[in-house]
Design a protein. Structure first.
Length: 357
């Protein structure tokens, strides 16, 4: 979704992916001209004999909520743009709310997905989600899906139990943007570099996920050089080395040292908030801003709140009315209303446009 300056840029990235040992390409109609460019790139790579051994695995997505007729039309459009007669993987793009899962399980979505597989148009069905843990858990346990794409990050590992649940059920698991949405690790702060020493933050993040059995990492490559680290780690799915484990422990210790008793431990015991404030998610951004000097990333994510529809939270820390319902629930006795006020003061900034949407 990032190599979109021209079809030539996309082709260069796809060629570099094949050379790096990558065989899985994931896209979506929502990503501007991505599918058109990718279709051109696939044809050029095929004609030059540069496809990976065994061919490509291609994933695309449809947004929830469409009718059966529209869903069929969308899928035929995907195939046409990509120059394919069959799609390996079709994902529901963003099961972020309960009604999205209802659509997939019992509504028109169920008819679309059943038709897609029964007709041989699609190999398997999956989903991506930016939703809450309970919703993702329900989707995984539904038995409908063969794979899922989740936010799984070194600096935000709370969904790893959901990934393990999916893996235990034989599902494929893809980590959504462990680089950019994982903390903009492709351009880390000096502090984070020092905290991860002797490893690059992004290399440590990739190894953390691979060692947990995550089957696919999305890389978001805009240029061939963005795939160099992937090529270096192409067979690096063994358990963490002692040195890597020590670096992760060091990372956590440094974060705790800077935050002290005000660190939010992400236990989520403070929820539900009567005012609807997503307390742990907001305090996680505070943790990253103070704990690793990831201020630019934290501000970017904070200022998407209320501006990205169902893809991100709706209420920021200013919605806290100091009712103090959260205080007796917190096992660490955090002054949550004060920390939320501090979060808002630190992170509020001019809004930025989301890459998509």
């Amino acid at each position: 979704m990032r190599a979109l300056s021209s079809p030539q840029q996309m082709t260069a990235v796809v060629q570099a992916a094949a050379a790096a040992g990558i065989n899985h390409l994931e896209t979506a109609p929502a990503y501007g001209p991505a599918e058109d460019f990718l279709g051109t790139a696939l044809a050029q790579v095929r004609n030059s004999g540069g496809e990976p051994d065994g061919g490509w695995v291609i994933t695309s997505k449809i947004l929830p909520g469409c009718s059966l007729e529209d869903g069929q039309r969308q899928l035929h459009g995907i195939l046409g743009r990509l120059g394919l007669t069959r799609l390996d993987n079709l994902a529901v793009h963003g099961i972020n709310r309960p009604e999205h899962l209802d659509w997939a399980l019992d509504g028109d979505g169920a008819a679309i997905l059943q038709w897609a597989v029964a007709s041989g148009t699609v190999g398997q069905i999956g989903f991506s989600s930016h939703g809450d843990d309970a919703l993702i858990d329900k989707a995984i346990r539904s038995g409908l899906f063969g794979f899922c794409s989740l936010h799984l990050h070194l600096l935000d590992p709370q969904r790893l139990p959901l990934a393990r649940l999916a893996l235990d059920q034989g599902m494929g698991v893809m980590a959504i943007s462990p680089a950019d949405k994982g903390g903009r690790l492709q351009a880390p702060s000096t502090t984070l570099r020092e905290d991860c020493h002797p490893f690059q933050p992004l290399a440590l993040a990739y190894r953390f996920l691979l060692a947990h059995g995550i089957s696919t990492l999305t890389l978001g490559a805009a240029h061939p050089k963005d795939l160099e680290l992937a090529q270096a780690l192409r067979a690096a799915d063994d358990p963490l080395s002692r040195q890597e484990a020590q670096a992760i422990e060091q990372l956590e210790q440094q974060r705790h040292g800077r935050l002290g008793p005000d660190q939010c431990h992400q236990c989520r015991a403070c929820l539900p908030c009567p005012a609807g404030v997503p307390i742990p998610d907001l305090l996680r951004l505070r943790n990253l801003a103070i704990g690793h000097d990831l201020m630019a990333f934290a501000q970017e994510r904070y200022n998407l709140i209320g501006r990205a529809g169902h893809w991100w939270e709706q209420d920021n820390a200013s919605a806290c009315n100091r009712c103090e319902a959260c205080l007796p629930r917190c096992p660490h006795s955090l002054p949550i209303p004060d920390l939320l006020a501090d979060t808002h003061q630190r992170l509020q900034a001019a809004p930025r446009r989301r890459l998509w949407g």
